[in-house]
Design a protein around this ligand. Structure first.
Ligand code: PHE
Length: 345
């Protein structure tokens, strides 16, 4: 082995290390001396070929240089890291003259907007806004509403039944807001007028106009002398206020076990003003909601004497109203949380 000038080697290495500007460069320099094939590594591994006297001297010098380079590298590494930190702090410094970033604010969901509008209008006509549970008993959802156990009418409402271990009474997710009629009658003395906005659930396939959950607004008015005229009057007044103009309505017979007589309320088609178009299947009318005069059995289930009390009930689809208001073609848009849709309201 030719003579090694350790002090020259040391100067060179120290200079190079000091000049390194980033960690990557520093690493390359370090490897040049102390990597697997580094200059000093090679010196150390060739020691065994040297005569004994030389071996210990060169070995000592090489090991000394090794530890110097390691220390220098460590120092430089700390310095570089510190510099990086300072620079990033500089980047984060705040320019107080810049205009502030506005945090994004949320806003009300279209269904909430429509619900609040509906509530306001009915409140102005003396109705109270009432709530009921989403999880219902079979009794309130069906039996108390004059729907016999094995009556095919139950098939109208495809039900989500809940698994039950302890509770003997069968529980379900309410399929409509009508159970609140009976719940309210049990606890309040007539006369009263209520609306019940809330979520309902149906176990059925979803498409553009059906989803497994949607919103209804139940209406119930009980007094001593209520007729179909009152019913139509309230609905017409509601629609006039909701759409800000007079809207023509008509009643047709409809079947629900908890009303007698039962109706379907249609509104004159918005699109063609009753002339007939594809939206109304050329009939000039679109379905708004079902309703009717409360069945005596329902009054009885609620603890009221049908000889003294009578009234009407209806079940409006809040989603339907919102779809009419904003001209939305697919009910599922209300529930899938797509911001591109929601930001339009
Ligand atoms: N509850 C019925 C439904 O979900 C609607 C309805 C309410 C019908 C009140 C008549 C009276 O379809």
């Amino acid at each position: 082995m030719e003579r090694i000038n350790f002090s020259l080697l040391r100067n060179k290495a120290e200079k190079e290390i000091k000049r390194a500007t980033d960690l990557e460069e520093l690493n390359v320099i370090f490897k040049k001396y102390l990597g697997k094939k580094g200059i000093i590594t090679q010196i150390l591994s060739s020691l065994k070929n040297l005569p004994k006297e030389k071996r210990s001297k060169i070995g000592r010098q090489a090991n000394l240089l090794k530890s110097i380079i390691e220390k220098e590298k460590e120092k430089r590494e700390i310095a570089i890291k510190k510099q990086i930190e300072q620079e990033s702090e500089k980047d984060e410094s705040i320019d107080v003259t810049l205009p502030a970033k506005r945090p994004e604010t949320g806003h009300l969901h279209p269904l909430t907007l429509v619900r609040r509008k509906v509530e306001k209008i009915f409140e102005s006509m003396g109705f109270c806004v009432v709530q009921g549970p989403h999880i219902e008993t079979e009794w309130y959802n069906f039996d108390a509403l004059n729907i016999p156990k094995d009556h095919p009418a139950r098939d109208l409402w495809d039900t989500f039944w809940l698994d039950q271990k302890r509770n003997k009474e069968k529980l379900l997710l309410r399929t409509h807001t009508s159970p609140v009629q009976v719940r309210y009658m049990e606890k309040h003395n007539p006369p009263f007028r209520i609306i019940v906005p809330g979520r309902v659930f149906r176990h059925e396939a979803s498409d553009a106009s059906h989803d497994i959950q949607f919103y209804q607004v139940e209406g119930l008015m009980i007094d001593t002398d209520i007729s179909v005229t009152n019913f139509k009057g309230i609905i017409d007044q509601f629609l006039r206020k909701f759409f800000n103009r007079k809207i023509k309505t008509r009643l047709r017979p409809g079947y629900f076990p908890f009303v007698e007589p039962g109706f379907e309320i249609d509104v004159q088609c918005f699109i063609c003003q009753g002339k007939g178009c594809s939206t109304c299947s050329q009939t000039g009318w679109v379905e708004l909601c079902p309703g009717g005069m409360v069945h005596p059995n329902v009054l009885k289930a609620g603890g009221l004497n049908p000889k003294n009390w009578q009234g009407f009930a209806f079940g409006m689809g809040l989603d339907r109203l919102a779809m009419m208001t904003y001209k939305i073609g697919d009910i599922r848009l209300f529930y899938n949380g797509d911001l591109r849709f929601l930001k339009q309201f």
